[in-house]
Design a protein around this ligand. Structure first.
Ligand SMILES: Cc1cc2nc3c(=O)[nH]c(=O)nc-3n(C[C@H](O)[C@H](O)[C@H](O)COP(=O)(O)O)c2cc1C
Ligand SMILES: C=C(O[C@@H]1CC(C(=O)O)=C[C@@H](OP(=O)(O)O)[C@H]1O)C(=O)O
Length: 390
């Protein structure tokens, strides 16, 4: 499968076209809307989220609740567009309008894409950069991810996500029974955190950052269970699935690091306390005593849960702006203040689920792909039986 996205933060809409989704997959708008709503939520979001009510329109590739195998076009409207039609319209402005609009952004925000993008593309008005670098684009990445999740769920593969850390407050009581349990409990938390004590402190930390005109980041975790052994491949660097997941996580706006399994902790332990011992029984086939390697060996899935974490830096736009330089006057200046979130880690955990689900669904189709759902099911069953007996 592949997808591309288009659309600006304050333009009319965000669009994605997804190609390669098998036919006969049950898919309705509500499957996608649930995740769009989850992405809009989470404690720490700014005023924009009160304007938007993200809902998908499925414009092609689905008929009477089932995919046809044709490209799927999905659209999410920006409600804020009505306030930006002059500033963001595609048609040239008259001289009069030009004066009236006067919304040129010339003070780059440290930490955002403004300055690099402006220099690279030659935009004196940095709005041309910020509109596309905005995480508003993650609406349609989440929409594409919801389709990927639907594919995974259809084959008994479950995806969950939660928040492990915000502004230095770490969640420790994060045990869960099943992915369903993880999903329900993170859903019930305003910061998507399983640890109730940490949750309260995270909320305090966000309030404090907001009060001080500052922002904070954190760590999210995504878990995927029920993955067959052998997705991805060891045979070539660009077929290693763990590498693709790492790239997907890093592609989320403001993400600066990734860990799979125990991740960086592996540097501190001897091999005997890292590698996951192998067992076999008639009923389940091969399994592991532990899952320190987060479901991957040799760029391939081990059949154990995929466990991947991502680090989000604090939001760059600060109400207490950092020093910057006005690109027109070259004078030092406080950076432009755009309306902003103070913490988007809970929302980003939904984005992380989506981009990881996409990569796993894609790898699944690469290995077991067929034109229709039933044939894929048969391929997976045959493979699982082969792996169990092997
Ligand atoms: C869900 C989400 C919401 C975000 N909200 C904001 C925001 O309100 N203000 C802001 O400056 N950055 C926000 N960001 C981060 C910027 O989009 C990001 O820092 C910017 O695109 C530069 O890219 P980089 O940080 O990956 O280098 C958000 C990121 C995510 C994932
Ligand atoms: C719009 C979304 O997030 C936006 C991401 C974002 C950024 O710079 O990344 C900046 C803010 O945009 P605005 O200035 O319009 O409030 C956020 O609200 C969204 O997540 O849907």
């Amino acid at each position: 499968m592949r997808y591309i996205t288009a659309g600006e933060s304050h333009g009319p809409q965000l669009t994605t076209i997804i190609e390669g989704v098998p036919a006969q997959l049950e898919l309705v708008a509500e499957d996608i809307n649930v995740d769009l709503k989850r992405r809009q939520g989470g404690y720490g979001r700014g005023r924009r989220m009160q304007i938007e009510k993200d809902q998908v329109q499925i414009l092609s590739g689905v008929r009477h609740g089932k995919t046809t195998g044709a490209p799927i076009a999905l659209v999410v409207e920006n409600k804020d567009w009505t306030h930006w039609t002059k500033v963001m319209g595609a048609e040239p402005l008259s001289e009069e309008e030009e004066k009236e609009v006067k919304r040129q952004v010339s003070r780059p925000r440290p930490g955002h894409a403004d300055l690099n993008g402006a220099i690279k593309y030659g935009h004196r008005d940095m709005r041309n950069v910020l509109e596309r670098s905005s995480a508003r684009e993650t609406t349609v990445r989440v929409a594409a991810g919801a389709v990927a999740k639907k594919i995974l769920h259809t084959f008994g593969i479950q995806v969950g996500g939660h928040v492990l850390e915000i502004g230095g407050v770490k969640a420790t009581a994060i045990q869960y029974d099943t992915i369903e349990d993880l999903r329900e409990r993170s859903e019930a938390s305003p910061v998507r955190c399983l640890d109730k004590e940490a949750e309260a402190k995270m909320i305090e930390a966000i309030d404090q950052a907001k009060q001080e005109g500052d922002s904070i980041g954190g760590i999210v975790e995504v878990v995927i269970e029920g993955v067959p052994i052998g997705l991805g491949s060891h045979v070539h660097y660009d077929r290693k699935l763990d590498a693709k997941l790492a790239a997907a996580m890093m592609s989320i706006n403001a993400f600066k690091g990734v860990e799979i399994g125990i991740g960086f902790e592996a540097a501190r332990r001897p091999g005997s306390q890292v590698h996951d011992e192998i067992t076999w029984n008639e009923e389940d086939g091969y399994s592991r005593q532990t899952n320190n390697l987060g479901g991957f060996e040799g760029g391939m899935t081990t059949g154990m849960p995929i466990v991947i974490r991502g680090v989000m830096k604090p939001i760059p736009t600060l109400y207490k702006p950092l020093q910057s330089v006005d690109i027109d006057t070259k004078e030092p200046f406080a950076a432009s203040i755009e309306r902003s979130d103070s913490c988007a880690v809970p929302a980003a955990s939904v984005v992380a689920e989506s981009v990881i689900a996409w990569e796993v669904a894609n790898a699944l189709l690469e290995t077991f792909g067929a034109d229709r759902v039933e044939a894929i099911s048969e391929n997976i069953e045959r493979h699982n039986e082969h792996a169990r007996k092997f």
